[in-house]
Design a protein around this ligand. Structure first.
Ligand code: NAD
Length: 264
């Protein structure tokens, strides 16, 4: 099933489920910046929530806010039983340490999965795994290559694939061309998250390989992935209309799960 159809189906299932709940699941988003990309992401999350019947609350704070005052705002939400999930939209202004802030969100409400003790995995790798499982992808003893080692995508992705019994390798900016080509030629599952337009292109791939393209690269108002479209493989996720949709879906799934855990 295409990602678009899969996401539409899952959203419809969630909408039905939410319509039967007595207490409305509620998501709060704290936004401290006002850049166009963050505004677009926040708007998308609020729209997804509304479509499913989840109440979204946006708390926009002044960009000059101190770290201490931001933590006070976070604690207000941590202590508010009517709010089940909290996102602090990144990036944050220079005066605020993002790593400190990630640790301030109550792990039970941390639907982004950024806190090390969070009840949730980060949304992008979780969304990818859920989709591949729905597509009946075999993981055991498959060679998985993850390109990129960020804390929100590459590292958790590699951990999750390893837990699914893949033979997992992480490649990164210091990997040589020779090794990159050697690992790619033997890979059954490739996840690329580096932010370089069409980095995967002329290399050799197995023709039954799966390429999951996480990259988002903006050029002249258009979006491009980290892989050239239509490579000679069995399955390649598109950009746009691919992993971004899975990430947004997973955020809503996490919110519902947080809701059930908290209203118990
Ligand atoms: P990042 O931007 O923090 O780091 C980039 C990573 O790429 C680093 O780990 C680095 O080692 C690796 N890298 C850079 N150049 C490389 C090269 N030439 N060869 C191999 N590895 C190289 O990573 P991120 O936050 O995971 O974001 C990566 C991309 O994924 C970006 O385009 C981002 O916009 C996108 N992204 C998309 C979604 C989504 O929902 N679709 C979610 C998160 C990130």
């Amino acid at each position: 099933m295409s990602i678009k159809d899969y996401v539409a189906l899952k959203k419809e299932e969630m909408r039905k489920e939410v319509s039967e709940l007595k207490i409305v699941p509620t998501l709060a988003i704290i936004q401290v910046n006002d850049d166009p990309a963050s505004n677009a992401y926040v708007k998308g999350k609020l729209k997804d929530a509304e479509n499913i019947g989840i109440k979204g609350i946006l708390i926009k704070l002044d960009e000059s806010i101190s770290e201490e005052d931001l933590i006070k705002e976070i604690n207000k939400i941590n202590n508010d039983d009517s709010i089940h999930g909290l996102i602090v939209q990144m990036p944050l202004p220079k005066q605020i340490n993002e790593e400190h802030i990630k640790l301030m969100v109550d792990p039970k409400k941390d639907v982004d999965g950024f806190h090390p003790l969070s009840s949730f995995n980060p949304c992008t790798p979780q969304g990818i795994v859920d989709y591949l499982k729905a597509e009946n992808v075999d993981f055991a003893d498959k060679n998985a290559v993850v390109i990129g080692r960020s804390n929100i995508v590459g590292k958790p992705m590699a951990k999750m694939l390893t837990n699914l019994n893949c033979n997992t390798t992480i490649l990164h900016s210091k990997t040589s061309k020779k090794n990159l080509e050697m690992f790619l030629a033997n890979a059954d599952i490739i996840v690329i998250a580096i932010g370089k337009k069409w980095f995967l292109d002329k290399q050799t791939f197995k023709n039954d390989a799966i390429i999951v393209d996480v990259g988002i690269n903006r050029e002249d108002g258009k979006l491009y992935g980290d892989a050239r479209p239509d490579l000679n493989v069995k399955l390649q996720t598109p950009v746009p209309g691919g992993v971004g949709l899975l990430t947004r879906l997973t955020l809503m799934k996490n919110l519902l799960q947080a809701y059930y855990q908290e209203i118990k």
